[in-house]
Design a protein around this ligand. Structure first.
Ligand code: ZN
Length: 247
């Protein structure tokens, strides 16, 4: 399915479960006890929709054309630019037109939307997560899990690890821990739901290898990615979200 359809489905899921997850969450009482109740409810709705939509596109970080991949690639590109500048300064080559030309050529190669840029960016995210996990003992488990998830995603093909029970379990565990430490359990619930809905949606759009690394795919092809049904699901989901918001 298209990234925007996944976003709409994730956001719709968030809107529908928001009353339940907020009711179950102790964070709800903490938030509502401060300030204007209506304002807080509106803020929670916006936060829920955004996080649900983001959760809905996270699994497609395993493909270079994923909506979120385009954003994540910026990390690799900025790191590459920084590394080139440091290299030029350290080697006293920043006045050399040839060195500047080579650096520019390398940077343009990196700005180019390519699979290896996706891989490098995810590896950087894995290293960053691991570093932060080691640096802050409370977040060690989260850092290790994130590093594993980003690292495996970097090297796995589209619709494999991230669309499996294993990938979902690692992401889910990380989000639960993160929600617990940040006292935002309801938001992590919404993100997990968005992720889960993505897997279900792809299961009816060609199938997913639920038990990866076993290769067999489960599911059917009811929806063709980019086809009429795909667009229709996106439009209907967006319409239902708007209906719920204005009611
Ligand atoms: Zn997908």
């Amino acid at each position: 399915m298209l990234g925007r359809t996944h976003m709409a489905i994730g956001a719709l899921g968030a809107v529908l479960v928001l009353p339940v997850v907020l009711h179950d969450s102790t964070a709800h009482d903490m938030v509502l006890s401060v300030g204007d109740g209506h304002l807080n409810q509106a803020r929670q709705l916006i936060e829920g929709v955004v996080v649900g939509a983001l959760g809905g596109i996270v699994p497609d970080l395993d493909q270079k054309d994923g909506l979120m991949t385009r954003k994540v690639e910026r990390i690799g590109q900025i790191a590459m630019l920084g590394a080139l500048v440091i290299l030029l300064v350290m080697m006293h080559l920043w006045r050399s037109p040839i060195a500047l030309g080579i650096a520019l050529f390398m940077f343009l190669g990196f700005v180019h939307h390519a699979e290896w840029v996706r891989k490098t960016s995810l590896i950087l995210l894995a290293c960053g997560s691991l570093y932060l996990g080691m640096r802050f003992p409370d977040y060690t488990e989260i850092g290790i899990c994130l590093a594993i998830w980003f690292g495996v995603t970097a090297f796995s093909k589209h619709r494999t690890f991230t669309h499996s029970l294993l990938g979902f379990a690692i992401a889910g565990f990380t989000l639960v821990q993160l929600g617990k430490y940040q006292h935002l359990v309801w938001l992590s619930d919404v993100a997990i739901l968005g992720y889960g809905l993505h897997i279900i949606a792809d299961a009816v759009a060609g199938g997913i290898p639920l038990f990866w690394p076993l290769g067999k795919r489960q599911g059917i092809r009811m929806v063709l990615t980019g086809g009429k049904a795909d667009h229709l699901i996106g439009v209907v989901s967006t319409f239902l979200i708007l209906m719920d918001v204005v009611k």
